[in-house]
Design a protein around this ligand. Sequence first.
Ligand code: HEC
Ligand code: HEC
Length: 268
Amino acid sequence: MRLHAMLAALALTGCGAMQRPMPFDQVDADPVRHGERLTAVLGCKGCHGEQLSGEDWGDPGFSVMRTANLTISAQRYSAAGLKSMIVSGKRPGGRELWDMPSYLFANLRDRDLDAIVAYLKTLKPVGKAAPEPVFLAPARKEMAEGTYRSAAAEVRASAAKLGPDAGPQFARGRLIVRATCAECHRIDLDGSPSYPGEPPKPDLRIVAAYGKADFLKFLVTGKAQGNRELEMMSNVARGRFAHMTDPEREAVHAYLEAVGIQAAAPTP
Ligand code: HEC
Ligand code: HEC
């Protein structure tokens, strides 16, 4: 009987699922709609524009570039090619991408990546393809020194790196935070600058001081505790995290709260 119960429990949860839960919910059975939601949550629309047709991404004195026009890329590349660019930071058989944060997407599940690609494939081409990036002397110097790295190099350096481990019950939140918050607050969540001169972001361990209701309100409305409007984060929340499901936002809160509480606990 005991063995039977154990097998039943295994069938319900699955060994793999215990270790690696699905980070994102699929609310809509249609993969295209699911993919569209994820392009908001994951910030694709933040960088590639609301229509995904690309935006100015140049940095005066450093580089002249645009984020790719994904409505054109979707025509140019196969589904497999698009998926591989998203996670590898490299064009199939071609050059490495720059400033495309593929290291964030390395832990996404196939179901979610395939849905994103399915959504991209439905886009009607708008405008022109982005010209190839031009890097000015300061950028080329940093490339030579290895301090400015391609998207593919970032993948090689940190795709396997996860945020702090708070225990298996928080594994889902850990994966969502790794894919959505690490871009600005860093993989280890301490908010330290990723290049010299970048303004630091708050350490996400401060979420332990947020109650669950306040935190969910923050992610949906952008209003921080005390009804504060924040310079960048408020728009990021409204544009991206308002599209999360409640269980996703709750998983983020539970994980960050656990990490914060563990950090505050005196070391034995
Ligand atoms: C932080 C900004 C940023 C985010 C977030 C971002 N991208 Fe990008 N992406 C870029 C930039 C910049 C490029 C252009 C890189 C280059 O030309 O070297 C790019 C290039 C690409 C390319 C290569 C297309 C081509 O034709 O070369 C694909 C595909 C892509 N992004 C898909 C996505 C998807 C899907 C998401 C969301 C899951 C996403 N990006 C999120 C900045 C971003
Ligand atoms: C595109 C960059 C970006 C992303 C992505 C991002 N943040 Fe932020 N966040 C910021 C910045 C910048 C600040 C500092 C306030 C400001 O300038 O808006 C901040 C501030 C915060 C704060 C402090 C709020 C307060 O009470 O002052 C919290 C909490 C926070 N972020 C949580 C998150 C969580 C959780 C995620 C992922 C679900 C996330 N952030 C993703 C940029 C980002």
